[in-house]
Design a protein around this ligand. Structure first.
Ligand code: GLC
Length: 423
């Protein structure tokens, strides 16, 4: 009896899926999807796509990419330039649309109605010359994670400026070490020479009144006293409140230190929220999130806008099924599952009112305004050159963090390099 009910249900689900996702559901395809694999991304992806696989009869293989967004971009560009037919869908960073647009199918007709439920600014970021080149999966805006228990224990405030963060991190680190907590560090973040450092450093600079590297009108603004001061302050962290090795940390290295209980503060994206509260986390229930600090004397905090999308390759062999999968992944069911299991911020407006999400992952409704005010990296004004611009920026900042150059010299050189590149 049970069996009959279950298979009847399956048939209904499949019929709905065929109606929703198109007739390609009738012949099974094997879809290849490439994506970064930060946190639990691989396992989570399996959970998210399972209902679509079940409903359509298609199967999806996820091919994991390097954790570094910068390395991932390099790999994608090679495959796309070669017209690789083996990959059907690419998970793409919010900054890549202008550079990869030519290789992806225009989804504006098929997704037009679905996109009405998404934040218009995100849809806009994936629209290049009127073509919708990728569908939003989730958006990203970082938080300052802090150990509530340790701040309370040592009578320290939640810092609101970078200067105060530096002091509080040092004070708690010193006090904890004096009590024998030898592995504790004050602050972990992303100091490796890659796209993540562009995000972190843009936050220091922008929140200190130093602009956003290249302004929306194309003006190169990075060489200014506020930006120099912000990067100089950050360069005092490695070896004091942060491990020396922070200059090779990406998101996952920072989370590793944090989640084993060895950091007072961490800068990271919302994905670290759910993982930090998982059963095997040493900091479960011990932490809170707040907005990133500002520079002293400045009152606007800055969070870099991140986020991921899915583009359908022009060269893939299973385009119809691939489009159906992209639509499913950008739709309300998949976005809700992703929010619940991975604490990723949805791009569908109504999900910020969803009670299950608010209960399971309170950071999501709490972070709506942070993401709506997040600062974009200068990919719109620099278009095809964005990757090179970002590489010049993070390399300059990295050389200051490692003590190879002063911030004043590094930013003066960077300004000249950017002028050469963009002239
Ligand atoms: C996160 C963001 C992405 C950013 C990357 C940098 O994945 O969502 O936009 O480029 O971090 O490491």
């Amino acid at each position: 009896m049970k069996m009959t009910c279950k298979s009847a249900l399956k048939r209904t689900v499949a019929a709905t899926a065929i109606a929703t996702f198109g007739a390609s559901a009738l012949s099974a395809a094997e879809i290849t999807y490439v994506s970064g694999a930060v946190g639990n991304a691989i396992e989570d992806f399996k959970t998210i796509v399972a209902p679509w696989e079940e409903a359509t009869g298609h199967t999806v293989t996820l091919v994991p990419m390097p954790a570094s967004t910068t390395d991932q971009f390099g790999q994608y560009r090679l495959w796309l330039a070669a017209g690789n037919g083996d990959i059907d869908l690419y998970q793409t960073d919010v900054i890549w649309a202008p550079q990869l647009a030519d290789h992806f199918v225009d989804l504006s007709d098929v997704a037009g109605e679905l996109m009405e439920s998404h934040f218009p600014s995100i849809v806009e970021s994936q629209t290049v010359d009127g073509r919708l080149v990728a569908l939003p999966l989730f958006t990203d805006a970082p938080a300052l994670y802090y150990r509530k228990d340790l701040l309370e224990k040592h009578n320290q405030p939640v810092p609101t400026t970078w200067e105060q963060l530096t002091e509080v991190a040092q004070a708690v680190q010193d006090a904890e070490r004096a009590e024998g907590n030898a592995d504790i560090w004050g602050f972990v973040w992303q100091g490796n020479a890659y796209e993540g450092l562009t995000c972190d450093a843009l936050e220091w600079v922008k929140s200190s009144g130093g602009g956003q590297i290249i302004e929306p009108d194309g003006t190169i603004s990075i060489n200014n006293p506020n930006a120099i001061a912000a990067i100089e302050l950050a360069a005092t962290w490695p070896g004091t409140i942060s491990p020396e090795g922070v200059v090779s940390y990406q998101e996952e290295e920072a989370r590793g230190v944090w989640q084993t209980g060895n950091a007072v503060f961490m800068r990271n994206w919302p994905y670290a929220y759910g993982l930090g509260n998982s059963d095997d986390s040493a900091v479960k229930g011990l932490f809170e999130v707040t907005t990133l600090p500002t520079g002293q004397g400045h009152d606007t905090s800055a969070a870099t806008l991140g986020g991921w999308n899915v583009g359908v390759s022009k060269y893939g062999d299973n385009q119809e099924a691939a489009i159906s999968l992209a639509m499913y992944l950008a739709g309300p069911e998949a976005q809700k599952t992703r929010s619940l299991i991975a604490s990723n911020l949805p791009t569908i407006v109504d999900l910020y009112e969803d009670e299950d999400i608010a209960r399971e992952q309170p950071i999501i409704p709490q972070w709506k305004d942070v993401f709506l005010q997040a600062v974009p990296r200068p990919s719109a004004p620099t278009k095809q050159d964005y990757n090179e611009v970002s590489t010049l920026f993070f390399s300059a900042v990295h050389s200051v963090l490692t003590g190879d150059e002063s911030a004043a010299d590094a930013l003066a050189d960077l300004e000249m390099d950017l002028e050469d590149l963009l002239e």
